[in-house]
Structure formats: C-alpha cells, structure tokens
Ligand binder design. Structure first.
Ligand SMILES: N[C@@H](CCC(=O)N[C@@H](CS)C(=O)NCC(=O)O)C(=O)O
Length: 233
C-alpha cells in the first residue's frame, strides 16, 4: 500500500500519524505528477491528498474514510473506543473538525493571499468552533479520556492551522482562554508521533507562507505548548 500525501496537508497528516501510531508498512509518497495534475487525477479522480493506493490498484480517497479503513484492517493499537457511545462521540468530534473548525480557518488562507478578510472576525468563528470541541471533550489526557483516538489525530493538525493562521494574519488565538484545549495541546505537542507529524506540517506551511512573503517567525512556538498562548510579536 501507498499513501499519497503532502507534508503541509492537515488531512494527509492525520493519516501519516495513524500509519506511524500503528506502525503500518505503508509507503508515504507525494502524488505522482503533483497535486491537480492530470497524471494524479488519473490515479485519484478527486485530485486531492491524501489517497490510499491499495496493493490491488484500487484507490481510496478522503482522509476520514482512509482512517476508518485502516482501523478496520489493522485493529491494534485501537484508535477507536469500543463503547458505541464513545465511538459516536469520537465521530462527532471528527465532524466538528471537518465541518466547523476547519472551515472556520479557511478564510485565513485567503487572507494570506491578500483576500479581503477580517482576521478578528475569522478568529471569532474559530473561537466558537473551539467552544464546541471543548464542550464535547471529556476529562483525561486526550479528547475522549485516557486513550488516544482518531479524534485527537484529526483535530491536532486542524488546531495547528487555527493557531498558525491566526498568528500570521495578526489576530492570534489565545489558547489560554480554552483551558481544556490548552491542556490537550500540551499532550499533543509532547507525543512523539503527533509532534513529529506536526513538525512536518509546520515545515511545509512555513515554506508556503514564506513564499507568499509572510513573516513566519510569528509562528515560532506554536508547537511549544507552553508558549501556544497568544503571541502578539
Ligand atoms: N475532504 C478531504 C480534503 C482533502 C484536501 O482538501 N486536501 C487538500 C490539501 S490540504 C488538497 O489536496 N488540495 C488540492 C486541490 O484542492 O486541488 C479529505 O479529508 O481528505
């Protein structure tokens, strides 16, 4: 099997983290021909990353579908709670990541390219999305308790972007205002696999933002949990 991935993609990062957590023999490669190319679309018609190429040549797109597929195929270590309610809860957090928090960050990608976006307004939407995540987070080290689940794997790169984009566009998110999530971010940044994967995202995103002329020093410390509170610098 092969995972087509880009370092900066929060969607691809989820699957890379899962592959490493489960120690799966899946090669991680850039999309053949590059994103949006005819060559890659011939392999994966969505043209997006991630996509999983199976050994028989079939392709599975969409990060959450890939995460669930790999969980079904390789159960250990389990990244889905066994309790049906907890499992539903995990999926609800994933939906919030993809349909609420992620989309709240999208305007700030536009802002990086000069679109007329008001960063404080975007930050308000992000804050509200984080409120939803915090409201559904349980007690314990991870979002659903003491065990790491796909909810953590999915939300970690999304929160990275919420922190990095708000800093870069001049309306930094103050994670200290969300103590439950600040505590969780500590756990994420301390976890070797999650941290290593987020470091890749960080390197890729910095290169992208620097290419657009942004001062990427503003992102320094995002992955140092103790410093992830607002940084006006
Ligand atoms: N819903 C998809 C989203 C994937 C996605 O948007 N990937 C971006 C990179 S972050 C991409 O490949 N964009 C290329 C394009 O839109 O052409 C998933 O969860 O896998």
């Amino acid at each position: 099997m092969k995972l087509y991935s880009s370092s900066f993609s929060p969607y691809a990062a989820r699957v890379r983290a899962q592959i490493r957590l489960k120690n799966l023999p899946i090669a991680i490669e850039p999309p053949p021909g590059g994103l949006r190319t005819a060559e890659y679309r011939a392999v994966n018609p969505t043209g997006k990353v991630p996509a999983l190429l199976l050994d028989d040549g079939r392709v599975l797109p969409e990060s959450v579908a890939i995460l669930e597929y790999l969980e079904d195929l390789h159960v250990e270590p389990e990244l889905r709670p066994r309790d049906p309610h907890q499992r539903g809860h995990m999926r609800a957090l994933i939906q919030i990541a993809d349909h609420v928090l992620g989309p709240a960050t999208f305007p700030l990608f536009g802002a990086l390219r000069g679109a007329p976006v008001d960063p404080p307004t975007a930050r308000t939407h992000i804050e509200s999305a984080l409120g939803q995540v915090a409201a559904f987070a349980g007690d314990g080290r991870w979002l659903l308790g003491d065990d790491l689940t796909l909810a953590d794997v999915v939300l970690a790169p999304t929160l990275y972007y919420a922190l990095a984009l708000t800093r870069l566009t001049g309306a930094p998110l103050d994670l200290a205002a969300h103590p439950r999530l600040a505590r969780w971010w500590h756990a994420v940044c301390d976890h070797p696999v999650l941290r290593g994967t987020l470091d890749e995202v960080d390197v890729g995103f910095r290169a992208f933002a620097a290419g657009l002329g942004h001062d990427v020093a503003k992102i320094d410390g995002v992955l140092d949990a103790h410093a992830a509170a607002a940084n006006d610098g």
